[in-house]
Design a protein around this ligand. Sequence first.
Ligand code: FES
Length: 243
Amino acid sequence: MEVKLKVKRFDGKKEYFEIYTVSIEDRTTILEALFHIKDYKDNTLSFRAQCRSAICGTCAVKIGDNQVLACKTKVKDFIQDNILTIEPAGNLPVIKDLVTDQAVFLDKLGDAKAWFEPKEEIEPVYPEDLKQFEKETDCILCGICYSVCPVFQTGQEFGGPINFVKIYRFWKDKNDALKDERLVIADKNKITACVHCKYCTFSCPKEIPVEQDILQLKFYGKQKGIIKEDQEGFGGFSTPFGF
Ligand code: FES
């Protein structure tokens, strides 16, 4: 079937849309369609991809109101009136066409201490221990949760969904030395600024329960008196929803 792909372009100065006609099959992914354009129609089109199998996290794009991995998403699942509009992932500076600057959220991972700090005596890890943070280890740093988060549009101090997934993952690990220091880190990352819209959870291609993780961190952080209800130094913050 022949379809039209309307791709947002950016050449460093101006933004515009370009329409390409592509022949697809039922199984054709958005990434395959983009490669077809690049190989046969317009080799100036830029997009980012590496693994083509939902592992490297580099191919996130915006399709209408949805942010998806281009390599995991079929064209036929999102096409409307025979046209599919593809834009760069949201909340990120665009470098060229569909290529965004992922350093914006990757650089924030340092604020979350997003690495394992082993305690002195490592205990054996059993399947039931792994279940505590199994989903969170699936995070591929694609940034889709960041791209759909409304809080970033108003407050860059917010650590963001990825940071809280990482904080949760190591907080739940019985061999991590930082323990409740992870809750202090969550507080420093302004966790209470989360508006619980759940866009992160619904959009995560790995089905990580991001918003539930944030809720758990907040709940235990508040119970232990580590996380306060109101964040100091977050003056002027408000969301597009007025709360
Ligand atoms: S190309 Fe690696 S996640 Fe899509």
